[in-house]
Design a protein around this ligand. Structure first.
Ligand code: FEO
Length: 422
């Protein structure tokens, strides 16, 4: 996609007065965290900030690139000048060179977010490590310069934070506003077209945490940001506020909901012989009777997953019908469920039903998965051996009614999570 072959820079690059990029490029990377494709490779951006009373290092790099990182750092500072090390995020692509940096600059204080503590323990087994946990409003001084901290959790790990260099209006944003796009020209107004990489990265890392993105934007938009220095991809010096606006746009609902005044219940099913389909239709009809709920049925044997993800993100309740084949729910159900990690489903209502031949594991397996995704599963799923009996269809209908009443707040029943009774 990028027509210019990435060059391997062999030097630190000044991005603002007294602030150097000391990261590394990884043009050969083709997948990140296993799940993200990276056709342009990536960069692990780290920075050195010089003040009148010391140097701060912001983030490090993946361990296998430590040698280049230290060479870049040594070109702009001595180790005994380093007073502060800030890790905006402890994932190993940014903390890989930390142990060696601490060994070379033992006098430096380490600053991480308050949620970073268990991760730091996991990275530095057995080390007796001093560090200072920080939160929004905390700051450190480098003599004439001040670095202040912003607590921006779950973007995309619990520990993520940003650090703001006040005099330069420079936001060290960690993974936020980053992308996997390797280009030695470094700055957003000089590199190739990285718009797709920026949106793709958002979709896979930030979209599941949309509410946290909006909280972070509230903090960041209040700052006089003149330059954004993320932990991956181009340094955003040209029109940095465009990227705040882009995050706002990407965090808006994907679909326009013309029925926003009612709750939405999505029923997904597959059916080998029409039995699970019959259950789905009866359940949906039951939900319809309560009023105030828009019920939609989808046969996922013939659906693409991507458009359903957008629907699911906006829905209030999801229920899955699957036959049991070879002791399991069928593959399209798992494909759809595994895709739900890309969106926020926490707190939605969930449920399951299905016809089976002799064992019927699909329903409890789906319920377990829904709970694992942090949906609430308040009502026991319905299973029917082969052709559902009138009683089993009545149970399906009741499940639809119960879910709909719960969604609309019309039920007087106390909700009990079935997992709590197990
Ligand atoms: Fe770039 Fe979440 O690590």
């Amino acid at each position: 996609m990028n027509s210019v072959p990435p060059l391997k820079p062999d030097r630190a690059v000044e991005i603002a007065p007294g602030v150097h990029w000391i990261g590394v490029l990884d043009p050969g990377l083709r997948s990140f965290d296993i799940i993200l494709k990276s056709p342009n490779g990536t960069s692990y951006n780290a920075y050195a900030v010089r003040g009148s009373a010391g140097v701060a290092v912001i983030d490090t790099v993946k361990a296998c690139f430590a040698e280049d990182f230290f060479r870049h750092l040594e070109s702009v500072a001595r180790y005994d000048e380093i007073t502060c090390i800030v890790l905006n995020h402890l994932e190993p692509d940014h903390s890989g060179a930390l142990p060696e940096l601490l060994r070379r600059a033992p006098q430096a204080n380490l600053y991480i977010s308050t949620r970073g503590k268990p991760m730091l323990k996991g990275l530095m087994h057995g080390a007796n490590l001093d560090f200072t946990p920080v939160k929004t409003g905390d700051f450190i001084r480098l003599g004439d310069r001040t670095l202040s901290f912003l607590n921006t959790p779950y973007l995309h790990w619990p520990d993520t934070q940003c650090t703001f260099l006040e005099d330069a209006g420079l936001l060290f944003s960690g993974d936020i506003f980053g992308c996997h796009f390797c280009d030695a020209r470094l700055f957003n107004d000089a590199v190739g077209d990285f718009r797709y990489a920026f949106d793709y990265y958002y979709a896979h890392l930030m979209r599941p945490f949309r509410s946290h993105v909006l909280e972070a934007l509230q903090l960041i938009e209040a700052l006089p940001v003149k330059l954004i220095a993320p932990a991956h991809g181009p340094v955003l010096r040209d029109n940095p506020r465009h990227y705040l606006q882009r995050y706002r746009e990407l965090s808006a609902p994907t679909l326009k909901n013309e029925a926003s005044h009612v709750k939405t219940l999505l029923v997904f099913y597959l059916s080998a012989y029409g039995n699970t389909k019959n259950m789905a239709e009866v359940l949906a009809a039951g939900a319809e009777t309560t009023g105030g709920v828009r019920v939609s049925l989808y046969d996922i044997e013939v659906s693409d997953v991507a458009p359903l993800i957008d629907l699911i993100e906006e829905a209030d309740a999801l229920i899955f019908g699957s036959p049991t084949i070879n002791g399991d729910a069928v593959k399209p159900v798992w494909d759809l469920l595994s895709s739900l990690t890309a969106v926020s489903v926490q707190g939605k209502l969930g449920g399951a039903f299905g016809s089976y031949g002799w064992s019927g594991e699909a329903v409890p397996m789906i319920e377990d998965r829904l709970r694992g995704l942090k949906l609430r599963v308040p009502f026991k799923g319905v299973r029917a051996r082969l052709i559902p009996t009138p009683d089993e269809l009545a149970e399906c209908r009741k499940l639809g009614v119960d879910l709909a009443l719960h969604l609309t707040g019309k039920t007087e029943n106390r909700m009990i999570d079935m997992a709590a009774l197990a």
